[in-house]
Design a protein around this ligand. Sequence first.
Ligand code: ZN
Length: 501
Amino acid sequence: MTSEAFGKLVAHARETGKFSSILALIEWDERTIMPSQAGSYRAEQVTSLSGFIHARRTAAEVGAWLDELRDVDWENGPHGDEASTVRELRRDYERQTKLPRSLVEALAGAAVRGQQAWVEARRNDDFSEFLPTLETIVSLRREEAEALGYESSIYDPLLDAYEPGERTEVVAGVLAALKTDLAPLVAAIADSGRTAPVDLLHQSFPIDEQEEFGRSAARRIGFDFERGRLDVTHHPFCATMGPSDCRITTRYDKMFLNPAFFGTLHEAGHGIYEQGLRDDQFELPPGSYASLGIHESQSRMWENQVGRSRAFWEHLFPAAQQRFSSLANANLDDFYFAINDVRPSLIRVEADEATYNLHIIVRFELEQAIMGGDLPLADLPQAWREKYRDALGIEPPSDADGVLQDVHWSAGLIGYFPTYALGNLYAAQFFAHADEQLGGLDEQFARGDFEPLREWLREKIHRRGRCLTAAELVVDVTGEPLSHHPFMTYLQGKLGPLYGI
Ligand code: ZN
């Protein structure tokens, strides 16, 4: 009986996975090459397919199979494929069935309308235009949190959607400690009297050359172009629509090297994780990513720990100089300093490694206040300005560059921001451990050898899929729970010599 129920559950999940991957494909198309007038019909396609998938995931037969499998003692333990498949499909089923279809549809509709309203409000630099939409979204997500239930914090069920099993209290503790330690580092950098020669990066970089250069770096670190693609979009992302079909995207600025190059490394890092997941478990939890925080740890590691290291550029800088005449007379020391420039800025997506997490902490604190009902939404722009003054010492001159800068809230994504900071911390913790175990990654990078790190990540993280939660995985891989210390050690080790602090 048990094996029959398991077989049916898996077959059903695999079939649902095919519809989900088709959804990913039409969404990728929408964000890359779809004609502009095709939007409204595409929205109908996405809504219909989403509703159909939700119905499949909440079908009564799924509940019946899960019931039959409730007390099974799986042979290969609680983190083996079978137990993990049942546990995670149950988690998904229980979450989905708690949400009435009307709420799911209301949220989907609000997200589409929210993004349209956000684009307008941002263009007009007018928060009041966006306020009614935001009020709708917050009240729907509050309704969702109530339907899902929680013990201590209404933020928990929202965070749980992106970081399964994680608790607000734990994240808040880690990020508060991080904030305390970051402040003196950022202040010392500001007082150092040294500034990076960033003009080097703001020169002419022909787009076709940038594309070739980025593509070759992505290939070199291990993104497989036989099983993936690189395309152009406005807001870069990575999407997977089959076990051998991972799409990454980037955007080009012909007068600035960073967005496309480091963006490509970042998305290639996401892609290497997706390509490292187990093919035989595609559509099932053991072949799925662990959490968004773990996903982001993979992208940030290749972008920063690897891509902004001196060793990486010892290998790549001669090729960069050959390709870009604007770098012909530059030297490696200046270039390395320029790509590691630290200074407080207003825009999250342009922030450096040291200040980036402060942008996230601002949003995390505001989201908790909003969801807890402690902050009226009309007061949000003012609260944003105060938090930026407090955390970064600067204040946005406009809401367009302040509270309206990110798409997330307009798309209903509340509870998502902390996964970016978690990703940075997980990346540093994993990387420190890999460096210790693999002995001298710098020497390998300087030779252009990225395979040992990639294979280490594949074995320790990618091939584990969702058999462990993020919190379990970090203990399993590094022997320690998540901590901000490896990240601070990493920053100090890099920025200390650059800024003489
Ligand atoms: Zn990312």
